[in-house]
Write a protein of this length. Structure first.
Length: 276
C-alpha cells in the first residue's frame, strides 16, 4: 500500500485524489485549511491536518508531522492553491504575496522539509500540481501564471538534483476541470478593471465565468491517472491533463518555435567569433 501526503483535500482535485487513494486501500495524510472535514471511505486510512498554508512555518511543520504519523511517505502531492485573475496593475502587494505564499512558498517549504526524510528512504515521488497557465497563460492571469511558472521551474531543476537519490518528480499541469476552481473558493479577482482593459481582461473574465460548471476535465478521471502515474516504473517529469491543456500547450510551443526561428540570426549574433 502507498502512503500519500496531499495538501488541500477538502475540494476539487485534491478531494478526488484522496478519495481514489483511499479506495485503493492506501493511507492518506491530507491537509485542510480550517475546521473539520469528512471523506467517506470504506478502505484505507485517513489522517487530517489543519494547516493554513499561508503560514510558512505551518506548511513546513505539516509534512514533518506527516512523517511522524506514518514513518515513511511514498508520495507528496502539492495540490493546494488558488488563482488570482485580473489586470496586473490592479493586483495589490498583499494579493500577490498571499498567492505566492500558498502556490509557491508552501510547496517549496514542504519539499525542503521532506527531502532529508526522502533521502533517508532512498525513494519517494514529489508531485506538484501546476497549471496550463504555467506553460501557456491566458489574458488576465499574469500573477497566477508567474506562480505556476515558478513551480514548473522548481520541478524541472529539482528533478535533476534528486533523481540520483531515487526520488522522482512530476509536474502536472491541468487544464480546466469541473471543480469549484472558478468559484470564489479558489479564484480571487483583483480590483475593478479600468475601461482600458475592457477588450482584454474584460473579455477574458467573461470567458472564465461562462465555462464555470461546464469544464471539460473530470477530476475523478484525473485522480485515477495520478494513481497510475505513481505506480508506473518511469513516470513523466511533465504531464498535461485535459484536451484543452494539450491544445494550449501545443499552440504555445508552435509560437515559441516560430519566434526562435524568426530571430535566430539575432540570437547567434551575440557570440564571439570562433577563435576569439
Amino acid at each position: 500500500m502507498t502512503t500519500w501526503f496531499i495538501t488541500g483535500i477538502s475540494r476539487g482535485l485534491g478531494k478526488a485524489l484522496a478519495a481514489a487513494a483511499l479506495a485503493e486501500g492506501d493511507t492518506v495524510i491530507g491537509t485542510v485549511r480550517t475546521g473539520s472535514f469528512e471523506l467517506d471511505h470504506d478502505r484505507g486510512t485517513l489522517h487530517l491536518l489543519n494547516v493554513d498554508l499561508v503560514d510558512g512555518q505551518a506548511a513546513a511543520a505539516s509534512i514533518a508531522k506527516a512523517f511522524e504519523i506514518a514513518g515513511e511517505i511514498d508520495v507528496i502531492v502539492n495540490n493546494a492553491g488558488y488563482g488570482l485573475l485580473g489586470a496586473l496593475e490592479k493586483a495589490s502587494d498583499a494579493d500577490v504575496e498571499r498567492l505566492f505564499a500558498v502556490d509557491v512558498f508552501a510547496p517549496f517549504r514542504i519539499i525542503r522539509t521532506a527531502l532529508p526524510y526522502l533521502r533517508a528512504q532512498r525513494r519517494g515521488h514529489i508531485i506538484n500540481i501546476t497549471s496550463i497557465a504555467g506553460r501557456a497563460p491566458t489574458t488576465g492571469s499574469a500573477v497566477y501564471a508567474a506562480a505556476k511558472y515558478a513551480l514548473e521551474g522548481l520541478s524541472s531543476a529539482l528533478a535533476l538534483e534528486i533523481a540520483p537519490l531515487g526520488i522522482k518528480v512530476t509536474a502536472i499541469a491541468p487544464g480546466a476541470f469541473r471543480t469549484d476552481f472558478l468559484s470564489s473558493h479558489s479564484i480571487r479577482k483583483s480590483d475593478a478593471e479600468d475601461a482600458a482593459y475592457a477588450e482584454t481582461i474584460g473579455r477574458s473574465s467573461a470567458a472564465f465565468d461562462s465555462v464555470a460548471g461546464r469544464q471539460l476535465g473530470n477530476p475523478d478521471l484525473a485522480a485515477q491517472v495520478i494513481i497510475s502515474l505513481v505506480r508506473a516504473d518511469n513516470p513523466p517529469l511533465h504531464l498535461l491533463l485535459g484536451s484543452d491543456a494539450l491544445r494550449r500547450a501545443r499552440s504555445k510551443l508552435d509560437q515559441i518555435v516560430d519566434e526562435i526561428d524568426a530571430w535566430e540570426t539575432i540570437t547567434r549574433s551575440t557570440d564571439f567569433e570562433k577563435g576569439e
